[in-house]
Design a protein around this ligand. Structure first.
Ligand code: SDX
Length: 421
């Protein structure tokens, strides 16, 4: 690969260094463009613009490859615990026994909600969307723990998030909050905190714990997605971890991003309740005049398949078999997938099921309420948001401040109101 790229603008040549990543990705280092030529690259949505180099996650969208620090997602989902993945994303290597034990102890120390935090939670309308509640309470942690140094805030948040997610759920169903059990795994403790009995004695089912552990790992990071870039953007101003993560929660809540998993189930429910067949909804998704989209389909990066969707499709089957449940939505999801993947509209645009298409089915099988799905996504994605922010700060990156091309009015002057139309 050449080490320089040349741009010719108005007859002048400008040269730029070329960066080649360890997996062969190529970036043109355009930092000097504006200073040398006065021009900028314009790329709304950043489809061809990189904000950084990173060692955390590698995605090959053409081949459906996803690796955290070089480890294939399929192996991590099968063999690792979420705690090991937290350590891997933040520290760059899988922990040995003593590192894992130290991490578990550190998370356990922060696994409770303070009275102040519970007061904030209780002050919010119980029927508010769980993601709005999550974003508000995460932001409030910055007021309660405002003297935290960076590392303390990172691990405090990593320790508290599952208790917060579970408390939001418990409040919705009118059940008292439970106390974290440090002997349980991260996934097991979440299941205990969310689904446990107030009178104790409720065992966490291994099937549920395994499914939750896998869901958390599959969602842990995804390079420069919308919410991770938000965490980096806010952190680049040297705002605190709570500010970065509450902003990232806000980004994730959008229906085009993490909010899609809730929209998938709502779409499947709409199809299940309607007297129309799957083909009718496929036609709606193709019809530009109809704002119906096939939620859970399409991805900016994956243009063949999302490896996470493949894993979740299998585990949805296994989970339903093990729980002895039948899920009408899963059957509809399978039909949608099969029909869409034989439709030119989808194959031409390389639209395939993404992580959200099947994650909703697994959450649904775990009896997690639909509007809590994105909170579950946020629980998984938290170490990714923190690791991306940490990498940006470790590199002492400048504040993120994109440019623009102004296309508004040229200079004009204030006219008295009597002269305005
Ligand atoms: C996540 O970035 C990440 O990594 C995200 C994520 C992560 O782990 O962080 O992977 C998690 O957010 C997964 C995506 C979840 N969102 C959805 O499932 C919502 C439905 N999908 C789409 O809205 C869309 O596919 C996006 C948002 C995922 C991607 O949007 P892009 O890359 O901007 O693509 P686009 O909107 O420009 O679409 C390209 C074409 C358009 O048609 P044309 O204008 O070319 O005719 O494909 C069409 C779109 O209309 N299209 C769809 C479609 N998705 C794209 N048509 C019908 N149904 C869809 N779902």
């Amino acid at each position: 690969m050449t080490d320089k790229a040349t741009l010719i603008l108005d007859g002048t040549e400008y040269e730029f260094p070329v960066v080649e990543g360890t997996e062969g990705e190529v970036g043109i280092q355009g930092t000097s463009l504006r200073g040398d030529s006065g021009a900028i690259f314009l790329d709304p949505g950043y489809g061809s613009t990189g904000s950084c180099t990173s060692e955390i996650t590698f995605i090959n969208g053409e081949e459906g490859v996803l690796r955290y620090r070089g480890y294939p997602i399929e192996e991590l989902a099968e063999e690792a615990s979420f705690e090991e993945v937290i350590h891997l994303l933040l520290e760059g290597h899988l922990p040995n026994r003593s590192e894992l034990s130290a991490l578990r102890d550190r998370l356990a120390r922060h696994a409770h909600l303070s009275e102040d935090t519970i007061e904030v939670l209780q002050a919010l309308p119980p029927q508010a969307h769980p993601m709005s509640i999550l974003q508000t309470v995460v932001s409030s942690l910055g007021t309660i723990y405002n003297d935290d140094d960076e590392e303390t805030a990172m691990y405090r948040l990593l320790g508290k998030m599952k208790a917060l997610g579970a408390a939001i759920y418990r409040r919705r169903i009118g059940e008292p909050y439970l106390t974290s059990d440090p002997d349980l795994s991260y996934a097991g403790d979440f299941a205990h905190l969310a689904f446990g009995s107030p009178t104790g004695g409720s065992e966490v089912s291994e099937v549920v714990e395994t499914a939750l552990n896998q869901l958390l790992i599959l969602h842990a990071d995804h390079e420069q997605n919308c919410s991770a870039s938000t965490s980096r953007m806010v952190g680049s101003a040297r705002s605190d971890v709570y500010a970065s993560v509450s902003a990232a929660v806000g980004a994730l809540s959008g229906p085009l991003h993490g909010g899609a998993n809730q929209k998938v189930i709502e779409m499947l429910h709409e199809i299940h309740e309607s007297d129309k067949d799957v083909d009718t909804f496929i036609e709606k998704a193709k019809d530009k005049s109809d704002d119906f989209r096939l939620m859970g389909f399409g991805h900016r990066v994956y243009k063949n398949f999302d490896p996470r969707a493949k894993i979740l499709k299998n585990s949805a089957n296994d989970l339903l078999d093990e729980l002895g449940q039948d899920d009408p939505y899963l059957e509809i999801a399978r039909q949608l997938e099969q029909t869409a993947l034989n439709e030119e509209y989808f194959t031409k645009r390389r639209l395939y099921p993404n992580v959200d298409f099947y994650s909703g089915t697994v959450y649904y099988a775990l009896d997690i309420p639909t509007d809590m799905f994105t909170v579950m996504f946020a629980l998984g994605r938290l170490p990714g948001w923190i690791a991306q922010r940490k990498e940006m700060l470790d590199e002492e990156q400048r504040i993120h401040r994109p440019r623009q091309v102004y296309v508004g009015e040229n200079e004009r002057h204030v006219e008295p109101i009597e002269q305005r139309d």
